[in-house]
Design a protein around this ligand. Sequence first.
Ligand code: PLP
Length: 428
Amino acid sequence: MDFENSRAFAQSLDEQDELKQLRKEFLIPQHEGKDAVYLCGNSLGLQPVKVAAYLQKQLTNWHNLAVEGWFNGEEPWLQYHQQLRTTLGSLVGALEDEVTVMNSLTVNLHLLLVSFYQPNSKRYKIVMEGGAFPSDQYAVESQVLFHGFDPKEVIIEVFPRAGEYTLRTEDIVATIDKHADELALVLFGGINYYTGQVFDMQVITETAHKAGAFVGFDLAHAAGNVPVKLHDWGIDFACWCSYKYINSGPGGISGIFVHQKHFENQDLKRFYGWWGYDLTKRFKMTPGFVPAHGAEGWQVSTSPILLLAVHKAALSLFEEAGGLSMLRKKSLLLTAYLEYLIGEINQKHGEELLKIITPKEPQWRGCQLSIICKRNGKKLFDHLVENGVIGDWREPNVIRLAPVPLYNTFFDVYSAANLLDESLAILK
Ligand SMILES: *Cc1c(COP(=O)(O)O)cnc(C)c1O
């Protein structure tokens, strides 16, 4: 599409947007009496209006049914999470019984590493993206220590080449191949949180499996953002949080995926808890663990129903949007428009003041653009926030802006770019 740098053009794209009615389903933060320009759904998605009603319903059940709520009522809490599996499964390309919701993300990463990182004297190495989200780095480091290995020897990170910002798939493949004989696990983000790069999950998975290793993905920045086919790609496990692109609230419940091929795999160790016990026998309270079928067998602890209610409300909006495909179509256009407008700013100022480090190819990025500011980065960012444009700042010099197709408009993108332009002029 030939974009134009004008308010009228942005507004015309909004008029043509078939998903425009979805914005009304969200509570938009206010700035000086008007909707703020919220481009931070990569960090915390906005609150769906219907969350309050979904929560109230469970508060009422708690009031009226109390402990009977686990077994009685329209939606007994015992199986409440199962209502979410179809929508969630379709968001990540998984079968219903390959996904479940439990705990929070880093906790789930640990639980899945218990199963999928079982190093021995022959296979013990882990290949990861360099600059993975810190929590993932800490989780892996501690798992390696827990097994009595040295993180410095065991964790192999793939970094961008000198002068580049993102990883080349060929370098990831070469690293996996190089360590194939000692490799236990390949663990990557679906999207790198800092650069916004989508990794070639299919190729990484094929290569890891050829090397004889398990492969898992942290989809924190991918779930609800870009299409993923966890089942078809044969990925062994994955986990994600629900509070970024899935809009399920600060500290919201996390999702996990375990591929069907591992359901009966007795070699995979697990940490047990009663919520992972076969539901038909759970309340017999007998010793000896019998796992529930599928991903549910990895559950440990009583479901947090209030978090699940928020998650259910948020997921229903993906159903209203007809799944991810229309959203992705709009997302590609929103992000391309932002990219175009940033190009216009650089051109106007006669130098690349704002350098986008996120890949240019649409299939290798999601909503987010990560922008290196050549000068005055933090001041520029603060000026944006003071004027009602909310993105986020990552040290030392990156602004991340993520237009989200569920609630952002082309006019949001236009307004943000306009303010960036103005701020650069002021800060000169
Ligand atoms: C957001 C994010 C996290 C956060 O983990 P929590 O356990 O929810 O605090 C972890 N890993 C990645 C890759 C993330 O993007």
